[in-house]
Design a protein around this ligand. Sequence first.
Ligand SMILES: [Zn+2]
Length: 74
Amino acid sequence: MLCSYGMGNALILNVECCICHKVHGEHGWVHRDRVAISGRVSHGYCPSCYRKALVDLEKDFSLFRLRPELLTEA
Ligand SMILES: [Zn+2]
């Protein structure tokens, strides 16, 4: 990913999944050992890990709806 960074400067920004460490490249999401990384790295979620994270969040929210006392501090 190439981002514009001010007047005439460009910043190469690589996006790496914070869970599985795949990097988003020209050919989709690949393990970081398979690509040469230059520039800065920003972390996010690949599509697969994003879906899993949403499922986990939904489970947590369901638990909090059933037991709201878990949200209060002890
Ligand atoms: Zn991932």
